[in-house]
Design a protein around this ligand. Structure first.
Ligand code: ATP
Length: 440
């Protein structure tokens, strides 16, 4: 199997059959319904691959289709999207079982009342098999927390609106920790460094890229990323540069600068290459950029020229060869579905987690309890001494009391909806982790 070393040279590496997931996509189109205008293309025939032991970065201006590409590859596309093209896992249309892949979404869906340690322990109990001892699960959770540099924040509550807790960068890291608990072989990360400062971004990305040193798994990592520092950029093996859903460049990250230089867009000395790439292909900011940067050619023209050059380049041919070579190989059967906690354990853990959440949420639990107590006192005062006879008036008053309590309790349940909506977000995020992704 061929891969690119840090100097961009093609080298042959032997990948053990049972260790690794190759993902290839060929001529992938994604369209969405766009109101009266019909359908709008978000991805226009992109081709590429991701292989074990390598980190593929998907970069491009905001709205260019990075998340859409990640979603399509991970089998998470929305119901209003349609896709065509071929996505294969190890050269086949097949399913990846639970625990083999993980997806870290752009938005952190975490329970705000839990501490980092608790969030990790609950996730470990849900995601790791029942056959594993509790202490082992805790050990894995602790190691993962340390790997992401969250040791000092272990006992800090995650926090949310109105309850300050972790910083947004720390929350990102907790989300990553939760997803890598099962040691997946295929890892999708949607903007893992958003909200992180440049040093934290570097540490997080380098830790993600070097996870295999700790667990020996040659992991396939695909990350969409906005604006990496030059140090973070060095960590990438391959780069997929998109603009308006078209591929501007796909190939070794180390030769992207050369590609831009050859096509008339040299990276200025001392400038971060990723800044240069994004500046060259960003056409979001109207007329100023339409005139081109520094009086150069208009951005639209620059993008068209780069996409044309890429399609006719040797790099593109190399990518196509690599994709067909991966598809031709016999990679053997993929690992079967890994075990996670059984139904009963899941119910118990989720119930406990929900109780902790309610107990710590003043609005959800304590405030409602206070209202119920106040109401009980109020009702007791109003309906005091309704009489103990079987008189019509006495029965009627009891009926009114029962009606009032039933109606009031029914309306009070509406107070639980905000919490239910939060739980639904966690549920939708988790449903992917517990489902299988398939090359389609
Ligand atoms: N399900 C959808 N329905 C309608 N439009 C969509 C849908 N999904 C994506 N889009 C549109 O497709 C374009 C690309 O979206 P996408 O989220 O992939 O961009 P992105 O590169 O990840 O952006 P950012 O970096 O800002 O997150 C955007 O214009 C977005 O509005």
């Amino acid at each position: 199997m061929q891969s690119n070393n840090r100097d961009g040279n093609v080298v042959r590496t032997m990948v053990p059959k049972e260790n690794g997931v190759f993902l290839t996509w060929e001529d992938l189109w994604v369209t969405v319904t766009n109101g009266k205008e019909g359908r709008k293309s978000i991805l226009e025939g992109v081709t590429g691959y991701a292989q074990p032991g390598e980190l593929l970065a998907i970069m491009g201006p905001s709205g260019c289709g990075k998340s859409t590409l990640l979603d399509a590859l991970a089998g998470r596309s929305g119901s209003n999207t349609r896709q065509s093209g071929e996505i294969l896992i190890n050269g086949l249309k097949q399913k990846l079982g639970f625990g083999t892949s993980a997806y870290v979404t752009q938005d952190d869906t975490l329970m705000t009342t839990l501490t980092v340690r608790e969030a990790m322990y609950y996730s470990a109990q849900l995601q790791l098999p029942d056959s594993m001892s509790k202490s082992k699960k805790k050990e894995i959770a602790d190691i993962t927390i340390k790997e992401m540099g969250l040791e000092d924040a272990m006992n800090t509550r995650i926090g949310g609106p109105g309850a300050k807790g972790l910083s947004s960068g720390q929350k990102r890291r907790v989300s990553i920790c939760i997803e890598i608990l099962t040691r997946p072989k295929l890892l999708f990360l949607d903007e893992p460094t958003s909200g992180l400062d440049s040093a934290a971004s570097y540490y997080v990305m380098s830790r993600i890229a070097s996870l295999h040193k700790r667990d020996g798994i040659r992991r396939t990592i695909i990350a969409s990323i906005h604006q990496p520092s030059s140090e973070v950029f060095q960590i990438f093996h391959n780069l997929c540069l998109l603009s308006s859903g078209r591929t501007v460049y796909f190939g070794p990250a180390s030769t992207a600068t050369e590609f831009f230089t050859t096509n008339g867009f040299p990276c200025p000395t001392l400038q971060n290459p990723s800044d240069h790439f994004l500046k060259t292909i960003n056409k979001d900011f109207g007329k100023d950029l339409e005139q081109g940067l520094d009086g150069g050619i208009p951005t639209e023209e620059a993008i068209n020229s780069l996409t044309r050059s890429y399609k006719s380049s040797e790099i593109y041919q190399q990518v196509r060869r690599q994709v067909s070579e991966i598809c031709k190989q016999d990679w053997g059967a993929l690992e079967k579905k890994r075990n996670h906690a059984g139904f009963v354990i899941q119910c118990l853990v989720l119930t406990r987690r929900s109780f902790v959440n309610m107990y710590r949420d003043i609005g959800y639990y304590w405030l409602r309890l206070a209202i119920y107590v106040a109401l009980a006192i109020g009702l007791a005062t109003v309906f005091y001494d309704v009489g103990s006879s079987y008189a019509y008036a006495s029965i009627q008053v009891r009926g009114s009391l029962i009606m009032f309590i039933t109606a009031f309790l029914t309306f009070m349940t509406i107070g639980g909806f905000p919490s239910f909506v939060e739980d639904m977000k966690c549920f939708q995020q988790k449903i992917f982790s517990f489902s299988e992704i398939s090359g389609s």
